[in-house]
Design a protein around this ligand. Structure first.
Ligand code: UDP
Ligand code: MG
Length: 329
């Protein structure tokens, strides 16, 4: 059970936004209504707020966030200096959720069911520090997205990485869980892999994932591959061990092949053939290149980590000065 759940906690909902101007007004309204309803029923404190993080958008997302934070007391905005990616934007939002006892992170596109937030808060009040939003059904995702996601989750599991199946970054964190996450100092971060490492009591809330209400996915294939590689290289060294295993197996096969060649030669019928030699060279060459690539990924990661560069820079902050409570009805 979490140390002492606040009875009416201050909730911050952190929303990373990258070129989400089409969906922003809907997102603002829907999340604002959820916040108000929960504050009205005294489930959360009246000082709860929405924190939109603009991840270097080039459309007018920031102009809208900025206007909303001037207009509404329960809206805050954070503008990153350039596009740093979903994970960095989310982390920046978590780091700047001042005064919040609990923080829910959610995507701007309203694919995740916002009614699950209330269930998450209730799970927190029941004593859980981490509440995972789990997609019970993802029929609205394309077959390609479902297949690649499923393959990735299975691969991670096979490599011994603890990860909640069908959970992305829709979750609630208590303040102490957030603080624990902030202690992970790595530059290139894969948040959903780190949360289970934190420990603390956790629960799951299941929901049906919806269609993107407007705009297009900001996760094209290359960003999905980058995130998957980030996840694998930051959570496990199993691929390096597989190289060792492959090298070991190939060495044994080679020794057996050498013995077979020698026996045939001594017996007076040497194995002929150019094809077998070329196939063997290509095979070993392929394995070596692949192994070098995998090792290179890890070395590249070490190189980037040693620089300890900042994950993002804040260009502007809006709505942080005063903390006017949400007007209750
Ligand atoms: N996002 C971001 N920076 C990026 C890419 C995405 O902040 O470089 C945000 C985006 O605005 C959205 C969330 O991350 O709020 C998830 O992106 P999206 O919904 O496009 O991903 P999908 O659901 O297609 O995987
Ligand atoms: Mg989405």
């Amino acid at each position: 059970m979490n140390a002492q759940p606040c009875s009416t906690p201050c909730l911050a909902i952190v929303v990373p936004c990258y070129n989400e101007s089409e969906i922003f007004p809907l997102c603002l309204t829907e999340l604002g209504e959820r916040l108000r309803a929960m504050a009205d029923s005294r489930l959360i404190g009246p000082e709860s707020y929405l924190l939109f993080v603009d991840d270097g958008s080039w459309d007018d997302t920031w102009a809208q966030i900025s206007a909303a934070s001037t207009q509404y007391a329960h809206v805050r905005g954070l503008k990153l200096s350039c596009n740093k990616g979903h994970q960095a934007a989310l982390l920046s939002g978590l780091a700047h959720a001042d005064g919040a006892d609990i923080i829910v992170s959610i995507d701007a596109d309203l694919q995740d069911d916002t009614s699950a937030i209330e269930k998450m808060v209730r799970a927190y009040l029941a004593g859980h520090d981490v509440v995972y939003g789990v997609r019970a059904s993802r029929q609205t995702d394309t077959a390609f997205k479902r297949l690649t996601a499923e393959t990735f989750y299975r691969l991670m599991k096979a490599m011994g990485v603890r990860q909640v199946f069908n959970h992305a970054d829709f979750r609630l964190l208590s303040r102490r869980a957030r603080d624990a996450l902030m202690e992970y100092r790595e530059r290139n971060i894969y948040i959903r892999g780190l949360i289970p490492l934190i420990g603390f009591p956790s629960a799951e809330v299941h929901y049906d994932r919806k269609e993107r209400t407007a705009g297009v996915s900001k996760y094209p294939l290359h960003k999905m591959i980058a995130l998957a590689l980030e996840g694998i290289t930051s959570m496990t060294v199993t691929p390096l061990r597989l190289i060792t295993l492959a090298g070991f197996c190939i060495s044994i096969i080679s020794v057996l092949a050498i013995i077979a060649v020698l026996i045939n030669k001594i017996a007076g019928n040497p194995i002929q053939g150019w094809a077998s030699v070329i196939v063997a060279i290509f095979f070993i060459g392929g394995i070596q290149m692949l192994s070098l690539g995998i090792i290179g990924e890890y070395i590249g990661k070490i190189y980037l980590e040693t620089k300890q560069r900042p994950r993002s820079h804040i260009e502007e902050k809006e709505g942080f000065a005063e903390r006017t409570p949400i007007p209750t009805r």
